[in-house]
Ligand binder design. Structure first.
Ligand code: SF4
Ligand code: SF4
Length: 341
């Protein structure tokens, strides 16, 4: 079922929802946009050409989170679990919602359930905003998704001139929008046209057919040192990636707290063992881990690429390293290896 939300009523609707839910939406922060709680003075950033700089994974797996407070003298501890009662994330892009479904296969499985992650996923309604004009750094269609992909969303909005047309995709989404006015046939035709144009306007960024086999084959080659030559090892590409999930749990003994923090395989110390041995001592090996995880190991894990083509690593790498170019080079590099051989 499709509904409409008249744009001039948007702030009022978000305010009404705020009485019952924590409402989070993208808002302008300096040169970027960021998911923040909606208030009467919020300046929404739904029309930014790019998705938010910080991925919404941070709303489910915060960059730093206290898990326990303890008292060593009394030998006691309190588990800290601050979860939202009910929350709406409004305006999440389809690539970021898809990324959450990938992370579900890590944090919420039959064998293991992370109660922090699962509690937040359970309590959250995801209202997506499809991308009518995907920026040039996005490549969701190349990796099997799309600018109006439904994965993980409870509803998806398509922006027309004066209204958002909303398609409910789950029982949660249907419940949220069921008293909204129904979309007309004319609205639905406009939606089909916009969605089709958006998809067709995106180019194939690199060939994915056989890419896993190519990367596996290049494991011991010079390809990695070549593509990683200018990498600084800063970790921006992984911190801002919606599908990266490495974390570290540390005891902050001065504060008597156990804290979970984001970590990244791009840091040298991440893989360093207590003996001092490091199986990934150089940036080439760490770059190999980053790319192999997304384009080979995820396929072993769930037969899906672990990248949703959000483009953040392309936009924010301080030295302009572009994962698309790296992966195009892989196929060329392999044919050189094969020809020389
Ligand atoms: S690897 Fe880059 S493009 Fe792919 S999901 Fe991560 S940040 Fe986005
Ligand atoms: S953002 Fe760029 S420079 Fe920094 S670790 Fe990633 S690829 Fe290397």
């Amino acid at each position: 079922m499709m509904y409409i939300l008249v744009k001039k009523n948007l702030d009022q609707k978000l305010s009404e929802w705020s009485a019952k839910y924590e409402v989070v939406a993208p808002q302008k922060v300096e040169a970027y946009s960021q998911f923040l709680p909606f208030t009467e003075s919020s300046e929404l950033a739904l029309n930014e050409p790019h998705n938010t700089r910080y991925p919404p994974k941070s709303l489910f797996l915060p960059q730093s989170e206290v898990m326990l407070k303890y008292n060593k003298r009394l030998n006691k501890f309190d588990e800290i679990r601050i979860l939202p009662e009910k929350r709406i994330i409004f305006g999440i892009r389809p690539c970021d919602a898809s990324a959450l479904t990938l992370l579900d296969t890590v944090f919420d499985t039959e064998e293991y359930q992370d109660p922090y992650w699962a509690g937040r996923r359970e309590n959250t309604i995801l209202v997506g905003l499809g991308c009518s004009e995907p920026p040039s750094t996005c490549f969701c269609t190349t990796v099997g998704y799309g600018p109006f992909n439904h994965d993980g969303l409870d509803a998806i909005m398509t922006e027309l001139d004066d209204v958002f047309v909303i398609e409910a995709l789950s029982a949660k989404g249907e419940k949220l929008f069921s008293d909204f006015p129904a979309a007309t046939n004319e609205h639905e035709l406009s939606v089909l046209r916009i969605q089709s144009n958006a998809k067709q306007g995106m180019n194939q960024a690199f060939e994915t057919e056989g890419l896993k086999q190519t990367l596996d084959h290049l494991f011991e080659s010079d390809y990695w040192s070549e593509i990683a030559e200018s990498c600084l090892g800063c970790g921006v590409c992984t911190y801002l990636c919606p599908t990266c999930f490495c974390f570290d749990i540390v005891d902050e003994v001065q504060r008597n707290e156990r804290v979970r923090n984001w970590d990244t395989c791009m840091f040298r110390i991440y893989s360093q063992e207590a003996s001092g041995h490091n199986p990934r001592p150089t940036i080439s090996e760490r770059t190999r881990q980053r790319l192999m995880h997304k384009y080979s190991y995820w396929l072993d894990h769930i037969e899906k690429i672990g990248c949703t083509g959000c483009g953040r690593c392309v936009r924010y790498c301080p030295v302009g390293l572009d994962i698309r170019a790296m992966l195009r080079t892989a196929s060329n590099f392999e044919s050189e290896v094969v020809n020389v051989g």
